[in-house]
Design a binder for this molecule. Structure first.
Ligand code: IMP
Ligand code: MG
Length: 190
C-alpha cells in the first residue's frame, strides 16, 4: 500500500535501482575515458538519497560535496533567482565536477547553478539528474547523464519532497492532491 496521499507508484524501488546502476555504468565509462579528479556535487536536499546510491554505482575514485540553494520562481519573477544557502566546502578549480540533481523541472535552478559553478573554473562540468519533466522546461539545460523522463505530475519519494515530507519513501510516487509542480514554486527549492 502506498503512503497516504500518494495515488500512484510511478517508479518502483527495483526500477529505481536499475536506472541508477545504468547511470553509474555510463558515468564510470565517461570518467575512465576522460580522467580527472572527480568531485560529485549534490544539490540539497532533494538529491541526497539518489546521490548515496549513485556514488556506490560509480567505479572511479571520487570525492563528494554538497550545495544547498533556494529558488525563488514566483510567477512575477519569470527568470527565477537562486541564492546559495550552503556552499561547497572546497575549491572546484581544476576538478572534474559532476553536478547531481533530483529532478529538472523548468530548468532554472540547474541553469543558475551551472553558471555559478562554471565561473569557478572547474576542469570540466557534467550534470546528472535522476528525473526530468521535459514538458515543463522553460530554459534549455544540458543533462549529460539522466535517469528518466516523467510526465507533468508532482512526484515524491526517494529524496523528493512535498513540504519537506515523503523524502523517505523508497519509490517515486505521484502526489494526488497537488497536480503539477506549481505549489512548490514559490520561494522554495530542495
Ligand atoms: P526547476 O528550477 O523548475 O527545474 O526546479 C527544480 C526543483 O524543483 C527540483 O530540484 C525540486 O526541488 C523541485 N521540484 C520540481 N518538480 C518537483 C516534483 O515533482 N516533486 C518534488 N520536487 C519538485
Ligand atoms: Mg531539488
Amino acid at each position: 500500500m502506498p503512503e497516504k496521499g500518494i495515488t500512484k507508484i510511478l517508479i518502483p524501488e527495483q526500477e529505481i535501482q536499475t536506472i541508477v546502476k545504468s547511470l553509474g555504468r555510463e558515468i564510470t565509462r565517461h570518467y575512465r575515458k576522460n580522467g580527472g579528479e572527480l568531485l560529485v556535487v549534490g544539490l540539497l536536499k532533494g538529491s541526497f538519497v539518489f546521490m548515496a546510491d549513485l556514488i556506490r554505482s560509480i567505479e572511479y575514485p571520487l570525492m563528494v560535496d554538497f550545495l544547498a540553494v533556494s529558488s525563488y520562481t514566483d510567477a512575477t519573477v519569470s527568470s527565477g533567482e537562486v541564492t546559495i544557502k550552503m556552499d561547497i566546502g572546497e575549491s572546484i578549480q581544476g576538478k572534474s565536477i559532476l553536478l547531481v540533481e533530483d529532478i529538472v523541472d523548468t530548468g532554472y535552478t540547474f541553469q543558475k547553478v551551472i553558471r555559478l559553478l562554471e565561473k569557478r573554473q572547474p576542469a570540466s562540468l557534467k550534470t546528472c539528474a535522476f528525473l526530468s519533466k521535459p514538458s515543463r522546461r522553460e530554459v534549455d539545460v544540458p543533462i549529460d547523464f539522466f535517469g528518466r523522463d516523467i510526465p507533468d505530475e508532482f512526484v515524491c519519494g526517494y529524496g523528493l519532497d512535498y513540504a519537506q515530507k515523503y523524502r523517505n519513501l523508497p519509490y517515486i510516487g505521484v502526489l494526488g492532491a497537488v497536480g503539477s509542480g506549481k505549489p512548490l514554486r514559490v520561494a522554495t527549492h530542495e
